[in-house]
Ligand binder design. Structure first.
Ligand code: NAP
Ligand code: ZN
Length: 334
């Protein structure tokens, strides 16, 4: 039995029709018939081999919602016919200290869904049963798919670093991740500032939860935020003027990176000492955090703003993400 998919055959190439034989289903593996797959900017990075670890043919896609269609002999977590979501991680060792404490995202052997493994721009994909998450009924499949990577990536650092209702949160870059960050930070009760290079996003950013909108390309507007924020979540992946962002932090403030900025940071030690500030980062989230995030999103009515396109138009959809034209997540439908 083969699986029909779309794959990049080399770095930066357009996606082409591609079929593969997934082989024998492992005892703890499941196969999921893909209904919807969101497009995260990480898909673009791996198509382009920006992180130097891509292997080709590369089938992108790691924000999947679908139905379990096959289950290995030892599978107990999910049932055939059940609706599940799959995110960036499709397997981990399950036994290291990080897996045992529910931080599978920090497992040294964690496995990405679409790097060295065939992803969700396909009819079906496989994963270890532990990385398929049953979805709360209140979440519509197409709006829930982007939560599996975009949602957890911004929810997890807010929880990990203890963002509080009295905090003032800045979100840099209002794309797929950023538009979730505005919603989660607002639901946590924080004061929310959107920092965006796109003036056209002001109304939507406010609708999504921002109390204030600041134009990231206006140095004077950025300077006016000096000493005003407790937690800045950077979802943009471009090198920005980091000392200006450090200066926005109040004492104990954190500049937290989830956007994959390739260039090294230069931060003055004095900016860390005075005010006891820190720079930190975060990567997706563990299984327990994903389940918690899905419950929280369902209860708080947090969902992706999406544009749905048929899977056959994946190249058109990828181009919209590349060109910062997605409002705010492109989602492919089978
Ligand atoms: P996206 O939808 O393309 O959004 C990125 C946003 O960054 C854009 O909408 C834009 O927002 C801003 N931006 C783009 N170019 C910029 C520039 N030159 N200067 C300043 N801002 C710029 O991407 P995404 O899916 O949210 O992903 C964002 C990043 O997070 C990617 O690098 C992705 O690989 C990474 N990521 C990391 C994790 C993790 O676990 N840490 C997980 C998922 C994704 P404005 O128009 O508002 O300026
Ligand atoms: Zn992603």
């Amino acid at each position: 039995m083969s699986i029909k998919a779309y794959a990049a055959m080399a770095a930066g190439q357009k996606l082409e029709r591609f079929e593969y034989d997934p082989g024998v289903l492992g005892p703890n593996e499941i196969e999921v018939a893909v209904e919807y797959c969101g497009i995260c900017h990480s898909d673009i990075h791996v198509i382009d081999n920006d992180w130097m670890g891509s292997t080709y043919p590369l089938i992108p896609g790691h924000e999947v919602v679908g139905t379990v269609s096959r289950a290995g002999a030892h599978v107990t977590c999910v049932k055939i016919g059940e609706r599940v979501g799959i995110g960036w991680e499709c397997d981990s060792c399950g036994t290291c200290e990080w897996c045992r404490q529910g931080e599978e995202n920090n497992c040294p052997e964690n496995r990405a869904t679409c790097v060295g493994h065939y992803g969700g721009f396909a009819q079906a994909l496989r994963c270890d049963e532990r990385f398929a998450f049953p979805l709360p009924a209140a979440l519509a499949s197409e709006n829930a798919a982007p939560l599996l990577c975009g949602g957890i990536t911004v929810y997890s650092p807010f929880r990990l670093y203890g963002v509080k209702p009295q905090d003032r949160v800045g979100v840099v870059g209002i794309g797929g991740l950023g538009h979730f960050a505005l919603q989660f930070a607002r639901a946590f009760g924080s004061h929310v500032t959107a920092i965006s290079t796109s003036p056209s996003k002001v109304d939507e950013a406010k609708h999504l939860g921002a109390h204030e909108f600041v134009l990231g390309s206006d140095p004077e507007a950025l300077k006016a935020l000096r000493g005003k924020l407790d937690f800045i979540l950077v979802t943009a992946f471009a090198p920005l003027d980091w000392p200006t962002y450090m200066a926005m932090l109040r004492p104990h403030g954190r500049l937290c990176f989830v956007g994959a900025v390739l260039q090294p940071l230069t931060v003055s030690v004095f900016d860390l000492m005075f005010g006891q500030k820190s720079v930190c980062g975060s990567v997706i989230g563990g299984r327990a955090m994903i389940a918690e995030m899905l419950t929280f999103a369902a209860r708080q009515n947090i969902q992706a703003m999406i544009e749905v396109m048929p899977m056959e138009k994946c190249n058109e959809a990828v181009a919209k993400v590349r060109n910062n034209q997605a409002r705010y997540r492109m989602v492919l439908k089978n």
